[in-house]
Ligand binder design. Sequence first.
Ligand SMILES: C[S@@+](CC[C@H](N)C(=O)[O-])C[C@H]1O[C@@H](n2cnc3c(N)ncnc32)[C@H](O)[C@@H]1O
Length: 355
Amino acid sequence: MITEIEVNKPEPIASGKKTESFKRGTDVQLTIEALEAGKSILITEFYNNGLSLLQELQTHLNRKFPNKSFQEQREFRLEYHKLSNLILIEIVGHKLAVKKSPRIGWLEKLYPETSDFLLSFPQIQGLNSAWQWYLNGISIPVLRNKIHPYYGTYFPTRFEHLKLFDNWLKRYKGPKKSAIDVGFGSGVLSLQMIKHGFQKVFGTDTNPNAIVGLAEFMGDTKLSRKIELDFGHLFGKWEKQTELIVFNPPWLPKSHDLDRIDEAIYYNENLFPDFFAGAKQRLLPEGKLVLIFSNLAQITNVTKEHPIEMELAEGGRFQLEKCLKKSVKAASEKTKRDQHWRSSEEVELWVLTNK
Ligand SMILES: C[S@@+](CC[C@H](N)C(=O)[O-])C[C@H]1O[C@@H](n2cnc3c(N)ncnc32)[C@H](O)[C@@H]1O
């Protein structure tokens, strides 16, 4: 049952924990020293006080790690992560207890049984921005309706790959009885297939939030009878053969950095071999296997390996029908720093068939 799935969310800290507090007028230096000594600090009075303390912490760490070498940037991030998460904020009756706070609906939705607790300020910032995305929704150029991504679920912020898939679906002439969407995230690919006339989509995801989110999004509508969800690894409980299997997998090999555990982005070495083995069993003889990928790992020199090319060269299971590529639009102002590689980033749509 989908309602019994436990979603990922920041672990609540019991209220009543004894901490020092920070508000306007509190000595910043002493507060940062307390954080460095591993003590928690509670933000009081105004929400803004939390923002200013984070700002001060950044300035402090920028002085401490002035060098922009990769190693120092990493240390900066780790230290910022550690110290900023000692900055706490109180929640009373599912609302932030300080004045001029944003309203964050996740506090009610994700913690129905706990009304009073503490969270760290960065966690609250994450919940707040996720609430804005969820509330306002995101317009997807190839879909009629907005999507409303659930907390902790992957959603697209660029759409080139969706356009490639849409164009491919437009030209697809095969049967449209059923398809499998591995790792559906916020459901965009499934929704595209339904839009193009697929009668049934069987989806999976290993992220419980994706399951709960898409189930909630579909509610009791016709869609919920067309898209069936399973909380499981790769193909989950779906055993039947289909004419189309799609997968927009994580695109970077997992590194050992502890701050890089996001399963939407990082894959382990078994993911692709296991995926292709499972796909071989479930793809109908004339079926199509569609994978979306990005050349990001290669252009940033994270790896030279391309898991799909490797399968084609060595797997003996599938052959290439076509590979469509589209370059990704120039980065926005916000990500200017990364522009040197962004400019050559391409998304790829791979169409494979049985050998
Ligand atoms: C790059 S996101 C793509 C999401 C969505 N299909 C889209 O195109 O926007 C990859 C998704 O695969 C899921 N995922 C990662 N490993 C998985 C696995 N072993 N089995 C099923 N889903 C997985 C992640 O949780 C994430 O939702």
